[in-house]
Design a protein around this ligand. Sequence first.
Ligand code: GCW
Length: 695
Amino acid sequence: MIMGRGLVNRLLALLAALAAVPLPSAARAEDGYKLWLRYAPLEGQAKAKLDAFKPRVLTTSTNSATLAVAAHELIAGLNSLDGDKRDPVGSNPSTITLDCRPGNGSDGSFEVKSLRHEIRISGADEIGCLYGAFALLRELSQGHDPAKINLAEHPAMPLRMLDHWDNPDGRVERGYSGRSIFDWWKLPEHLDQRLIDYARADASIGLNGAVVNNVNASPLFLTDRYIPKLKRVADAWRPFGIRLYISVRFSAPKEIGGLPTADPLDPAVQAWWKVRADALYAAIPDFGGFLVKANSEGEPGPQDYHRTHAEGANALARVIGNRGVVIWRAFVYSAEDKTDRAMQAYNEFVPLDGMFDANVILQVKNGPIDFQPREPFHPLFGAMPHTRLMFEGQITKEYLGQATHLVYLAPYWKEALGADTGRGGTVAQIIAPAGMAGVANTGSDRDWSGSHFNQANWYAFGRLAWNPGLSSEQIAREWAAQTFSRDPQFLDKVVPMMIASRQAVVDYMTPLGLAHQMATGHHYGPGPWICDLQRPEWNPCYYAKAGKDGIGFDRTAGGSNALAQYAPSVGAQWANPKTMDEDYLLWFHHLAWSYRTKSGRSLWDELVHRYDRGVAAVDAMTQTWSSLQPYVDPERFADTADYLRIQAEEARWWRDASIAYWQSVNGLALPGDAHPPAHSLEYYKSLSFPEAPGQ
Ligand code: GCW
């Protein structure tokens, strides 16, 4: 190989930079650790095409840690895809060029173009080249022809984040994949390799920020002791384009600052926050900012001092200034407020529109209650035109079967993102100036996410934050091809199985617009009978309102009138039970058991039909999976088969327990062909799970 001196120098500089950068861990067995970044060897035509191209030289126009990461990824990825250990560099004159400048000014946009003997990856900044490198490897991993790559992409929104509900002691609230990936005890001296591999995985799908601690926040993260810990993580993540954020506890000025108050308008309180922010920025110049859960579920907040959310958020935003953002959560509902829980966030926040500082972002859950298997989109989207709103989704499946149930969430998020708010665009358009945050499902389990298929939800969240226009099918297909097998026979079966999994969980848990029927506390199994907890909205019975007369929550003008919080054009689509999409029926209407649904069945018969449909869908998933054994390695095949067995049993548990309870309320016989529940209602009520994870 003949190379010019300039090129040799550049390569040497690149290798030097490479040595200084922490790199992902080496290949391991198929235990899921490698996520979608396996780069399994290509075969047949795809391998021949890669061989024909296989680049001899990788050049880069500059020397930076990020480009070193990109170059390493390309070299390792290409060698792995090539699978030919004897000849790690090819014999062709082709090059891959990384053409990017260092700098933070840009957004990660990139182009990847196949030219004669060259694939050129370019971007306005170095992160563009990193994203371009991952995009190229994604294409090649799917077996696409290297000679035909032609990509030009830019992110749909600036903030693409994961929120970790991880506590300093390593426990993860609503975490179902082991302990936290953050070991604050050993930091800053020891940084676990997993934190590098995590940043790499995030970067591969375009995520660019992470909040490292629970929104039910410990004040510890604001202490001096934590600054070197946070700095070590932020430094490690920087080459991957991941900015670090922390959740802050609003009362911290009292708890660790020794002040008598945390009133956001008190000058001493403001000065305290300023010192904390400055200390963080001195250590971490690109620190992202604060995430705040205030006056929600017992957390402290500005209302403790008769100040508004805007006054609280702005006090923090001013100490951050133009260095970062304050992300303020809209997830509020209060013990005193007796209105429909689904309406409380809108009632509290809409009057504050226009009062938040420019660097405040309001983070709104996809739906108005709480990450239920199905909710209509949150009415705040579109209702605050003078406030930047961000989308919060939950990747960890708190209410959707947690670790074991196979539920692919892209169709779920797309349902909300694609909804027309009737007030200036779809939800995806409304959030475009801000971004999306997903409550992470990462943990220290070998497979990171509690199950192999849960990895698809991490992947899909990143891909949708990058481009909400991608279809659920495309995301599933590219994920499954990279994670398991690129064989079209495998993909043609696994993708529809993943797509169907979302409606399945809705059907066996909370069909026809029901919500929050999970037992209080662990939120895992059914508890529709629970009605004795102090706060009404902590009881499943609050949401179903089942009685002899019927079932469902009346949110029409005759009931809570939550419908009026939507734009009239949108409200109208759900106002009439006869014409609306019945997937949302009982979210908005309280109807007699004998009500005639669109199928011609009575509401009761339709409900039972949908539970049965959910159970059958899980059985079909089980069958599909067993037919896919030839395409999947034994370890991951068996893990998934075990979990599907659990899901099949628990779908029946959900169906039977729910039906047994509804029958105790309505006294109705089951439709002719339906099986009676396997056990008595008393049996289902007697089950308890004190050891359930994540609480
Ligand atoms: O989904 C609910 C969870 C709480 C969580 C809360 C929130 C972090 O049950 O565990 O607290 O929402 O989003 O703040």
